[in-house]
Design a protein around this ligand. Structure first.
Ligand code: GDP
Length: 341
């Protein structure tokens, strides 16, 4: 697993150094470990609607209108959403026509290709996990984490800190959600347990001051990455924007290119509701990446496609359980393969 080293987005034809070649290979073939992990996590999704979708094509024979109608119903049932379902159907049918596919089995491959394409489509705007290949990694890399309470934001921050630590990178966590005492406490418990550096003030303190202190601490301790928690419940969009604007100002004063990623945490089990939340956030701030949590507990999983298609933001991480190691980079091909297995 790799969180800190950025993968190049496309295979460089003249990537000649051994390091470049390894990086390209890693991107093209998700590791066996990642494949197995994705498999396990999607067990429940596969037992749900997606299992039925895979089964649709097993009955053999040709492709008729009823196949498309059933597929449409199942996609909507799997939380893909109406608009994205239409896009998937249209593109799959175009592929089937273009490639003169006549058998249901071939249509399954066309559907899989369409789904992978959809997941790969969003252009990353972040500097850490995004397209800016070749740029030197910023130090410290600054990640701002957003999300509504209950989505798994705190857990994700702890998991991400642990993942960086496991790769030999030094992480500092900033308890920027000063709204709830419980948020600070919970983050503290995680950091104590995992041996992560935490910068926290009291409940009600200015989040900007927490961020300022965390960035100063990162500088003096030579940290590689700073992960900043933010309030999970602000009553209006105006409040949310104001608070984030203040935090951004402080970050930008330290490093005008930061934050390098703005990670939005969404709970997969809330289905279309997650999409509504995401839209509210993206109207207020620039989000560069999504972490979809609780994928292990979701029987639908189709929300993955809606997020990529409707928001145009790449899913970079998935939460795969409650433990500190249950975070995985999102790999579109492995994900689709696992859905259909
Ligand atoms: P926050 O309020 O957004 O900070 O959410 P928390 O981090 O406190 O998480 C809320 C609940 O979701 C906790 O019980 C977590 O253990 C659980 N949780 C978080 N991520 C995952 C995940 O990927 N899978 C599962 N099954 N549970 C998760």
């Amino acid at each position: 697993m790799r969180f800190f080293r950025r993968a190049p987005r496309v295979a460089e034809p003249d990537a000649q150094t051994p390091e470049e070649q390894v990086a390209v290979e890693e991107l093209e073939t998700p590791s066996e470990e990642l494949r197995q992990q994705t498999e396990q996590v999607l067990e429940r999704t596969r037992r749900g609607f997606f299992g039925q979708i895979a089964g649709l094509f097993d009955r053999g024979g040709g492709i008729d209108e009823s196949l498309w109608e059933e597929l449409e119903e199942l996609l909507i049932g799997a939380d893909v959403g109406v608009a994205t379902t239409q896009t998937i159907l249209k593109r799959t049918r175009e592929r089937v026509d273009r490639d003169r596919i006549k058998e249901a089995e071939g249509a399954r491959a066309a559907l899989k290709a369409t789904l992978v394409e959809l997941l790969q489509a969003p252009e990353g705007r972040g500097r850490l996990w995004g397209a800016a290949g070749g740029d030197p990694l910023p130090k410290p890399a600054i990640i701002l984490v957003l999300g509504v309470n209950g989505t798994g934001k705190t857990t994700t921050i702890a998991k991400l800190g642990r993942a960086y630590q496991a790769e030999g990178a030094k992480a500092v966590i900033a308890a920027g959600d000063t709204f709830r005492a419980a948020a600070i406490e919970q983050l503290k418990e995680w950091c104590d347990r995992l041996g992560l550096d935490l910068v926290a003030h009291k409940q009600g303190a200015d989040p900007g001051a927490v961020v300022f202190d965390a960035l100063s601490a990162a500088e003096s301790r030579g940290a590689d990455v700073v992960i900043i928690d933010t309030a999970g419940r602000l009553h209006t969009k105006f409040n949310l924007m104001e608070e984030l604007r203040k935090i951004r100002r402080i970050i930008e004063r330290k490093d005008p290119t930061a934050p390098h990623e703005v990670l939005l945490v969404l709970d997969a089990t809330t289905g279309q509701n997650a999409l509504i939340q995401a839209k509210a956030f993206t109207e207020a701030v620039v989000v560069t990446s999504v972490c979809l949590t609780k994928l292990d507990g979701s029987s639908k999983g189709g929300i993955v496609f809606a997020v990529c298609d409707q928001l145009g933001i790449p899913i970079r991480l998935v939460g795969t359980g409650e433990g500190p190691e249950d975070l995985a980079p999102f790999a579109p091909e492995a994900f689709v393969e696992a859905l259909f297995r």
